[in-house]
Design a protein around this ligand. Sequence first.
Ligand code: SF4
Length: 300
Amino acid sequence: MTKKDNTLPEWLEDVVAKEERARRQAVQAAERRAAAENRAEIMPVAERFVSVNGEGTHAGRLAAFIRFAGCNLRCRWCDTAWAQGADAVTEWRTAEELVAWVREARVECVTLTGGEPLLQSGASALVEALVRAGSAPGGDEGVTSYASLVERASAAAEEPPAPGPLFVEIETNGSQPIRPLAALRERLAEEGVPGRFGFTLDCKLPASGEDSAMNEDNYALLGADDVVKFVIADAGDLDAMLAVVEAHGLAGRCGVYLSPIRGEMDPAVVVEFMRAHAMAYATLQLQLHKVIWPGVERGV
Ligand code: SF4
């Protein structure tokens, strides 16, 4: 008796592959529909991970990153273009789920990034939930007896100290209004909530191709916890950056960070420009992630 050949003919393999593709697309469409119906509660996440913060006032510190899918701009030098489309969504998450994950990460910084995080209608609710949760004293919940206190004390002796109040950094591309979140910040401060949040607001310069998309009203709302970040590709960008700083009186009011594009703009030229224009208030920022993990786009 001859052995039966289990290999599918090529035409049948094509049919099976097509059906599988159609099934996957149907599932993704159903997920998108469900999310669209309940947009305020479910948000499209492209990735989340714990790494060092590469930018802003908390650069070099551990942070929990939540990268949302989708962006309304198309910067020429974008290094997260993969996160812009609907295909980038790896999971749909509620604010509660994201807050629980951040608390488990035991960090003091969380970075909301993208894509553009402020495209999410649930962004304000998420920021408020993170700040409030990150302001609670770390880990005293559920202690009800002497035995559990002793157990907890001995566990604590082996564990690193509980993280302090959370700082939430919102990396926004500068095109979306930050006014609703600025109002939330005032309200939380009035309540004396110890956790804080700040904006790292991109100001797109001419070489990005998106400089006309900036929301000019945002600059007046920035303060000491905020940073305006200028990604600089060429000499024209340097001049345009200085014009924005002067027009909006940014010096001394918020952080002014200059980030030369690796391989396009020599950092030494930026330093020379800072010296020539007495920009003592500004900070040169090298793209830390590209120094540590050259060529790696995700999960860092
Ligand atoms: S705003 Fe950010 S994510 Fe959007 S295209 Fe520009 S660099 Fe990429």
